[in-house]
Design a protein around this ligand. Structure first.
Ligand SMILES: [Zn+2]
Length: 306
């Protein structure tokens, strides 16, 4: 459904090492990224490490940002039972988050079983998303607006696509477009509001990047280290944030709300939305079936069965 950028005020295990203590873990190092997975998930780990080698340098080049120090991402396979310090870490993030990062602690995780949920598409996209949060934190020293963080992180992991149009247009058909100021609260609200906030922040950041280039996004994060975000924005983008927002709202509402309505494609959008809801219901049913099967297997076989 969404990712969580976790505030450092949450109670956490005393150190990052506590998260993997007492378990066998495989490790791959890609630049500043230390990827870790339970020893029986080495194949998955290798695949992600290869993807990270290919993609992370590109993300850094696109934003003009680099990690300030090593950081760790843990892979949590769907079948892995959380244990020890990792359970403590994982318990802090909401159950629906496909990935999360504690930027101050330089540690995060990917829940492989949730990685195809919006706004993500697969484990590698979650990895890029969380790594982008790390880059933005290192550039700015923290404290960026949530909509900016999520818009940039989602924009780095993939291009604006059909799924985004679907989520965004359907949220505009049934509700109003929240202002950037309100959007930060929406990430913490209901699942539905969070989805809409991801899509809207992605659309805004994408809109800005088309006009000023992706490097401008990294430059805003760097400028925000020394001054309030709104001042950093104006220095880099060349106009006040409120003016950028007004222009974007005008363009975006026209394209994603009024155009479908005016051209008579609203019915089409409604049908697509209904299909999406149906798919979500199917997914929930499948998840329930998997959970049921796991609990049956546990009951049937006990530990140590090959
Ligand atoms: Zn995020």
């Amino acid at each position: 459904v969404a990712c969580l950028l976790v505030a450092s005020t949450f109670a956490l295990p005393a150190s990052g090492d506590a998260a993997t203590a007492g378990e066998a873990w495989s490790v791959r190092v890609v630049g500043s990224l230390i990827l870790q997975a339970p020893a029986d998930s080495a194949e998955l780990l290798d695949g992600l490490a290869r993807g990270a080698e290919r993609l992370l340098p590109r993300i850094e080049a696109r934003l003009g940002l680099h990690p300030a120090a090593p950081y760790r991402i843990l892979l949590i396979p769907p079948s892995a039972g959380a244990a020890g310090g990792r359970r403590d870490l994982d318990a802090v993030a909401p159950a629906w988050a496909a990935g999360y990062l504690f930027p101050e602690r330089r540690i995060g995780a990917i829940r492989i079983g949730l990685a195809d949920r919006y706004p993500w598409s697969d484990p590698l996209s979650v990895l890029v998303h969380e790594s982008t949060h790390m880059l933005l934190h290192d550039a700015s020293g923290g404290g960026l607006p949530r909509w900016f963080e999520e818009g940039v992180a989602t924009g780095m992991e993939r291009s604006w696509g059909v799924r985004d149009v679907l989520v965004y247009s359907s949220s505009l058909l049934v509700g109003r477009l929240p202002g950037l100021q309100e959007m930060d609260a929406a990430f913490e609200a209901s699942e539905e509001q969070a989805r809409a906030a991801y899509a809207a922040s992605f659309d805004f950041v994408h809109w800005v990047a088309r006009r000023r280039g992706e490097g401008a996004l990294g430059a805003v994060a760097l400028e925000a280290r020394d001054r309030p975000f709104a001042e950093a924005w104006e220095r880099v983008i060349g106009e006040p944030l409120s003016r950028s927002e007004r222009s974007w709202r005008h363009d975006s509402l026209l394209l994603y709300r009024w155009l479908p309505a005016l051209t008579g494609t609203a019915t089409l959008w409604m049908s697509i939305t209904a299909l999406a809801l149906l798919a979500a219901a199917r997914r929930r049913a499948r998840d329930r079936a998997i959970l049921q099967r796991w609990s049956d297997e546990e009951g049937d076989t006990g530990p140590g069965t090959p």
